[in-house]
Every structure is written in structure tokens, then in C-alpha cells.
Design a protein. Structure first.
Ligand code: 23J
Ligand code: MN
Length: 263
């Protein structure tokens, strides 16, 4: 594509955004004191809930301005997992938020609808067979695409059934070990879910524990957790923009995720 054509392509997108034939879908939950946080087994350090204190609010300490100090774990709410989050990705190049090239934050997105299966079984696992079946209808997942698993779990965000913790730990859907291997073979940008983390609730018991951390970050791929509004996306044809904070040496951060999609 020459300069004129690429300028025209972008002008077309902007004109379609203005006339409403292309829309922006926000895949981000509000972030606040009530945002659910993952609970690890008690022997491990825990991530605190989001909190804040007022610096000043139109008062003696700041008569015309309002600002807060926030305290938040990197992996809180709708958030981005960088490869350095996991020990398997610790020595990879460009594995932290400040070194991931900007171009990696814009790309195609495939949405795999497992909402019915997840409603029927809180431990539903996405498999290579399920994705291959999806590909028969929607085409092969392109290299560099985000793959998002739709479960409608985001609709439970204010309920105990979001974390869904039972006596034997959390129960929520996610990818199987073979599924994560399959996604790496497809050379995806990353994998995203509507649940508190990218792995299934019971993923710590898999033969490769927490494969969507261990394997995917070891392969230099990214994660997105606690997404919402996936039911507003087409299976293919949308563009994803992920914008985590550029934290020096950051392993992840709360993120704003937008999908640009045909209306
Ligand atoms: C730390 C330890 C285990 C897990 C996680 C974080 C996450 O899910 C996360 O937010 O990356 S499983
Ligand atoms: Mn995380």
C-alpha cells in the first residue's frame, strides 16, 4: 500500500467512526474499591484490593483541584499480563510493560464463544478441537491475533459466583493445556478471558500448572483478564487496542481495552 492509499484507509476508518458504521466497544470494567481480586492459596503473598486516599479536593490543601493517590496491584481488575509476570518469561527480550513495542498493542481479535458451555459447566475448558471447529466457520486464527474466550463470566462481576470459590478452590472456565499449546502454534499475540485470571480456576491442578501463564508467557505471549462486553464483538473482523500503563519493569497493569468493530 502506498502513502496515499494508507492515508485513505485511515481517513475511511475515521469517517466510518464519525458516521457510526464503525464503533468503539469498551472491554474494560470500572476499577474501584469493589473490584474483585484473585485469591491465591494462603501460603503465598496476596494482592491487595484497590484503595485510594485524597491528596486534596477543592479545599485548604488544594483549593481549586481534586486528586487522589491510588494503591493497586498490577494484576487488578481488567488487566494486562506481560511475559515477565511468569518465571518462564523472565529472560525474554521486551518482556515488561515499558519495553513491549507500541505496535504490539494494536491487532486483530478472534472471539470464541464458549458462553453456553461455561454456563453449563463452571470448569469448562477450551480445547484445540473447540477452536478447530470455530476455525471451520470463521477461518484460521491469523498470526498476531488476540484470541478472546467469551464466557459471559463478566456478568457475574458483582457476585460471589465471579470468583466462584468452593472448598477445593476457585471454579471458572479457561483454556486446557493443549489449547494453550495450540494458541502458541498459531503464534497469537495473546489470550484473553472474562475471568479474574487467564487460567481456569482449577488450572493449578493441570499437568502443566497454570498453562496460560507458564506456557503462554514462556512463549512471549500476553494475557488479558477480567474483560467484559465480549458479547458485543463479532467472531472476527474487529481490531483490539490494549493500553496498559508503561510501568518501568512492570509485570502487568490495569488496562483500558477498546475494540474497533463494524456497527
Ligand atoms: C499470580 C499468581 C498466580 C496467578 C496470577 C497471579 C494471575 O492470575 C494473574 O493475574 O496474572 S494465576
Ligand atoms: Mn494477571
Amino acid at each position: 500500500m502506498n502513502m496515499t492509499n494508507s492515508s485513505q484507509a485511515l481517513a475511511q476508518v475515521l469517517s466510518n467512526l464519525a458516521d457510526g458504521s464503525i464503533k468503539v466497544v469498551d472491554l474494560t470494567h470500572p476499577l474501584g474499591e469493589n473490584t474483585p481480586v484473585i485469591a491465591l492459596p494462603p501460603e503465598f503473598a496476596q494482592s491487595p484490593p484497590f484503595s485510594r486516599e485524597v491528596i486534596s479536593k477543592y479545599n485548604e490543601t488544594g483549593p481549586a483541584w481534586y486528586w487522589n493517590t491510588i494503591h493497586v496491584g498490577e494484576h487488578t481488575g481488567t488487566h494486562f499480563d506481560a511475559p515477565a509476570h511468569w518465571i518462564s518469561g523472565k529472560d525474554l527480550p521486551n518482556n515488561t510493560l515499558d519495553t513491549i513495542p507500541a505496535g504490539k498493542h494494536v491487532g486483530p481479535v478472534c472471539v470464541i464463544d464458549a458462553s453456553k458451555e461455561s454456563a453449563a459447566d463452571a470448569d469448562f475448558l477450551l480445547t484445540p478441537e473447540f477452536i478447530e471447529n470455530w476455525e471451520k466457520t470463521h477461518g484460521r486464527i491469523p498470526a498476531g491475533a488476540w484470541v478472546l474466550m467469551r464466557t459471559d463470566w463478566s456478568k457475574r462481576i458483582a457476585e460471589p459466583s465471579f470468583l466462584n470459590i468452593k472448598e477445593d478452590g476457585p471454579h471458572s472456565p479457561g483454556p486446557s493445556v493443549a489449547c494453550v499449546e495450540f494458541l502458541i502454534e498459531r503464534n497469537v499475540a495473546g489470550f484473553g478471558t472474562e475471568t479474574v485470571g487467564t487460567d481456569a480456576g482449577q488450572g493449578f491442578l493441570f499437568d502443566t500448572p497454570l498453562p496460560c501463564h507458564t506456557l503462554i508467557h514462556g512463549a512471549g505471549k500476553f494475557g488479558l483478564a477480567s474483560l467484559c462486553n465480549l458479547d458485543q464483538l463479532p467472531p472476527t473482523g474487529a481490531m483490539l487496542i490494549t493500553a496498559p500503563m508503561k510501568i518501568v519493569d512492570g509485570s502487568g497493569s490495569p488496562v483500558r481495552v477498546f475494540a474497533i468493530t463494524p456497527a
